[in-house]
Design a protein around this ligand. Structure first.
Ligand code: NDP
Length: 334
């Protein structure tokens, strides 16, 4: 069977996607980015993963977020991306902003996780091979390592840029003090931190409450939100029970015990406000994050093109009235 050759939608930059400047940098990122943590692994149907990647790019999503251990199995999301890179995206490499990370467990033995220079450098080399890339656009330290001197981790990031294997660097899930050190260390060596990646959604507001978003802005870095839909809780996915093909149903990282009566009640009340705004809950949840200009982008996950399309609708209305915000806060604070 001869597969048709992919040609990107010529209208992809017609205004359907909006782009925001990433901190004080030259980079613009799409308001909606696509993450490959779930649904792009070796266990998933390649044709479906490919369809979502093509569709995302056709709709103006230029930023794809990966990490060494996304799958399952570990590494396989990068392999999926690598296949699509080779088969379809290679003519568009300069239009793509691709990330990967190292920090969580990846391979056995003492050098397969955390923040050593040894791990970060070996891991990125492996990632580049799997993704069929010469360089990534941004390489992240995926988590703060309390046992490795931060100087070592940051210097590895800097040297990776100097080697030409990443154009920019970022940090993910760093506590405030460690982030402060990282921003300063990187800046002093002329490799400023491009992005802080943190979990941020209506149900998990730590980056806002702990000053992480404000700090990123002050340091000239962008902030990008992961799990913006709380892994699917902030959608209509669980309103009528747990479907077998949902993240909870499949036994993924989202656990059944997180779907409490309290969360269900919040989801249902938030859905009513979304409906009054003419949005689905998923759209409103993303719009609520994007109302703050310090949030450069939100990295959504999706298990189908139709979910992705719904999420893309969010950018059409990211303005909230004071009344809506106070109603939402009342629900979230209950
Ligand atoms: P989301 O919060 O966007 O959750 C995505 C899941 O929600 C989908 O897989 C789908 O689940 C469900 N969903 C999405 N859209 C809809 C919709 N419109 N209607 C109904 N259900 C919907 O994000 P993720 O938790 O997947 O995280 C996104 C990305 O963030 C990751 O891929 C990764 O790139 C990054 N990330 C980074 C981390 C870090 O440590 N830096 C940690 C975690 C994520 P279902 O399968 O049930 O259909």
């Amino acid at each position: 069977m001869i597969e048709s050759i992919y040609a990107a939608n010529e209208q992809r930059y017609d205004g359907r996607m909006k782009y925001r400047r990433c901190g004080k940098s030259g980079i613009l990122l799409p308001e909606i980015s696509l993450g490959l943590w779930h649904n792009f692994g070796g266990v998933d149907l390649f044709s479906k993963s490919k369809e979502m990647l093509h569709h995302a790019f056709d709709e103006g999503i230029t930023h794809f977020d990966l990490a060494n251990n996304y799958g399952p199995p570990y590494g396989s999301a990068e392999e999926t991306f690598g296949k699509v890179m080779k088969d379809s995206f290679s003519p568009y490499r300069s239009e793509l902003f691709i990330s990967t990370k190292a920090g969580h467990d990846m391979w056995a033995g003492p050098y397969g996780e955390w923040g050593s220079r040894k791990y970060l450098m070996n891991s990125l080399d492996q990632s580049l091979k799997r993704m069929n890339l010469d360089y990534v656009d941004i390489f992240y330290s995926h988590r703060y390592d309390p046992d490795t001197p931060l100087e070592e981790t940051m210097q590895a990031l800097i040297d990776i840029v100097r080697q030409g294997k990443a154009l920019y660097v970022g940090i993910s899930k760093y506590p405030y003090e460690a982030a402060q050190f990282a921003y300063n260390y990187l800046k002093q060596r002329d490799v400023p931190c491009l992005l802080y990646q943190g979990r941020y959604n209506m149900l998990k507001r730590e980056p806002e409450q702990e000053g992480i978003i404000k700090q990123a802005k002050e340091k000239g870095s962008g902030f990008i939100a992961f799990s913006p839909l709380a892994q699917g809780l902030l959608t209509d996915r669980y309103i009528n029970g747990i479907a077998d093909d949902s993240r909870i149903g499949r036994g993924g990282f989202l656990k059944k015990n997180e779907l409490t009566e309290d969360i269900l009640s919040k989801i249902s009340k938030l859905s009513e406000i979304a409906a009054e705004r003419g949005q689905l809950l998923a759209e409103m949840a993303l719009a609520w994050l994007l109302k703050d200009n310090s949030v450069t982008s939100v990295i959504v996950g999706a298990s189908s093109v139709s979910q992705l399309d719904k999420n893309l609708n969010a950018i059409k209305n990211t303005a909230f009235t004071d009344n809506e915000l106070s109603l939402i806060n009342n629900i979230l604070d209950q």
